[in-house]
Design a protein around this ligand. Structure first.
Ligand SMILES: C[S@@+](CC[C@H](N)C(=O)[O-])C[C@H]1O[C@@H](n2cnc3c(N)ncnc32)[C@H](O)[C@@H]1O
Length: 206
């Protein structure tokens, strides 16, 4: 079933206000003042469709916020029963549950991802899509989250993660340790702020 709100609707405005309120309370954990724009959502969805080609299983979205990426993934044709989202903030989880019927919405911390996925019966996802603000989180938290992501993903399956910065959003040392191959998309200049969607994959033989 499609989401009940579309960009520009009252639900979307309510989402922007709620997002801003959460950012005022926890700026580093939210990471951005405004939700992702439509073009960024579409670029993430395209990268995700390319990443899941040939991979069975669920698409897991981390840090859904008010759901602009969730909406783009559904609009790109990912079936609702193949999408699960993980969000830590209870107020945002309640918003997502009101506005999206179909995808599984899990309240939880991405640092515990392998356990959360086991509890939900969602082991071996087809891809993980993250909007987590990796650049503004402490190094040990990023380390724990990224290790958990690649513990959960089968070999060859991808993490799709956007960033506003000039460098890959997964730090070099972590990429080397996990033997990740990083592939950038084009910078989306019309997003505020401009963003790049990266795909990280641990090759089958690595
Ligand atoms: C930059 S916002 C992105 C929101 C939305 N996906 C978008 O693109 O507009 C980051 C989101 O990640 C959530 N988040 C931050 N740390 C988290 C964690 N450890 N586990 C789960 N969600 C987290 C925040 O609550 C926030 O909703």
């Amino acid at each position: 079933m499609p989401p009940t709100e579309s960009p520009g609707s009252a639900g979307s405005r309510a989402g922007t206000v709620l997002f801003l309120k959460r950012w005022l309370r926890r700026p580093f954990a939210i990471g951005s003042v405004v939700p992702s724009g439509r073009l960024l959502g579409e670029a993430i969805a395209r990268a995700t469709l390319a990443a899941i080609d040939g991979h069975a299983g669920t698409v897991v979205e981390l840090g859904a916020g008010t759901g602009p990426v969730t909406r783009a993934l559904l609009a790109a044709g990912i079936p609702t029963n193949r999408l699960a989202v993980v969000e830590r903030e209870p107020e945002l989880v309640a918003f997502l549950r009101r506005h999206f019927v179909g995808p599984r919405i899990v309240e939880g911390d991405a640092i515990h991802l392998p356990r959360l996925l086991r509890e939900e019966g969602l082991s071996a996802p087809a891809a993980i899509v993250s909007s987590l603000p990796l650049l503004s989180l402490p190094a040990e938290v990023v380390n724990g989250i990224v290790h958990g992501i690649f513990e959960a993903l089968p070999r060859g399956a991808a993490l799709v993660q956007f960033t506003y910065g000039p460098n890959p959003p997964v730090p070099r040392a972590l990429r080397d340790r996990l033997q990740l191959v990083a592939t950038p998309g084009r910078r989306i200049w019309r997003n505020v702020p401009p963003a790049v969607v990266w795909t990280f994959r641990r090759p089958e033989g690595a």
